[in-house]
Design a protein around this ligand. Structure first.
Ligand SMILES: Cc1cc2nc3c(=O)[nH]c(=O)nc-3n(C[C@H](O)[C@H](O)[C@H](O)COP(=O)(O)OP(=O)(O)OC[C@H]3O[C@@H](n4cnc5c(N)ncnc54)[C@H](O)[C@@H]3O)c2cc1C
Length: 308
């Protein structure tokens, strides 16, 4: 309930202004975001890769309705991929992109988002890196999957994301559990209506397990994006049941969340990829992280009240 309320309230311009200008925000932002520039994110990537982790880098921004902003996001990714290649990190670092930052909401949006995603996939191929399409709210799911299928004709390594909270996701897992298909499974981070999504945490967890089974039993490459200890244990058990070794699937977690667990799994020989966001447009991302964890939110609101 609290999570959904927060995600809704966060759309208010007043709340956005309060959060982005509050002095306490900087400390919280620092925990989850790797910096504002590509040089900063490359430095963080080098540290994580040095510690035995893999990385997926996200240039922050979403729901863009301004064409010049869309173009700037594409340029930022191209610059980042050049830097990854030059720094020799691209074998361990891919990029995650949001199609709503590529123009999906503009006029002729799906076509524009596809063309921009193609530019990034081409640059990624040159850098020997891969691209994963983040999944956003349910109004974009069909369009995102269509763009994924088109991209995969030329760039078969393009990763998909599916959200266990959507009723449709078990079917989508079946469709995507095919040879060579990289699929990130997450619980889902948006406030979705009950017409399309489970609302109850336990129902979402059960759906996550069903989806994991489909992906682990299939022929694709499952990427289990969760910090939940129960899901991680079940994922490990399913990997053993289906004879998947460390190179046949990976765990994914967010930068700044359960870093000790990330290293523990990597030391056991598992592939662990850390999702590392950077850039100045961090508001939507930060709100979703606060909404996921009541203790983060309590700390944040208490600081807002005492410092303002
Ligand atoms: C690599 C990656 C990529 C993602 N990509 C997408 C995407 O494209 N689309 C999308 O909708 N969602 C995405 N998500 C977010 C995801 O949908 C969930 O909202 C988020 O991961 C929290 O769910 P959970 O599985 O960790 O379990 P939860 O049930 O939320 O949490 C389980 C436990 O994890 C820890 N934890 C979880 N969140 C936090 C936090 N913010 N701070 C501190 N501890 C925490 C706590 O110990 C908690 O008890 C992604 C997540 C990851 C890890």
């Amino acid at each position: 309930m609290l999570r959904r309320a927060l995600l809704r309230v966060s759309r208010s311009a007043k709340i956005k202004n309060l959060v982005t200008t509050a002095p306490v925000t900087a400390g919280v932002v620092e925990r989850f975001i790797a910096g504002e520039t590509s040089d900063e994110v490359v430095t963080v990537t080098r540290q994580l890769v040095g510690a035995g982790l893999l990385v997926s880098i996200d240039y922050l921004g979403e729901d863009t309705i301004d064409r010049s902003h869309v173009d700037a996001v594409v340029v930022a990714y191209l610059d980042l991929l050049t830097k990854l290649r030059e720094s020799g990190l691209s074998a361990s670092a891919e990029v995650s992109i949001k199609l709503t930052a590529m123009g999906q909401h503009l006029r002729d949006g799906p076509q524009l988002a596809l063309e921009n995603a193609e530019l990034i996939c081409r640059a990624a191929r040159k850098a020997d890196a891969t691209v994963t399409l983040d999944m956003e709210n349910h109004t974009t799911t069909d369009s995102t999957l269509e763009i994924l299928h088109t991209l995969r004709k030329e760039y078969p390594g393009t990763g998909a994301v599916l959200q266990a909270y959507l009723y449709r996701t078990e079917d989508d897992c079946r469709d995507l559990a095919v040879a060579g298909s990289r699929v990130r499974l997450c619980k889902g981070a948006y406030a979705e209506p009950e017409t399309v999504a489970f609302q109850d945490r336990q129902e979402i967890d059960k759906s996550y397990v069903r989806c994991m089974k489909i992906l682990m039993a299939g022929n694709g490459f499952p990427m289990l994006a969760t910090h939940d200890p129960t899901m991680i244990d079940i994922g490990l058990k399913l990997a053993a049941d289906y004879g998947r070794g460390p190179g046949d699937f990976e765990f994914q977690m967010l930068h700044g969340i359960r870093p000790t667990e990330q290293l523990r799994l990597a030391k056991l020989g598992h592939a662990v990829r850390v999702y590392v966001p950077y850039g100045t447009d961090w508001y939507g991302y930060l709100v979703r992280r606060l909404a996921e964890r009541p203790s983060n939110l309590r700390f944040f609101t208490r600081s807002l009240i005492t410092k303002n």
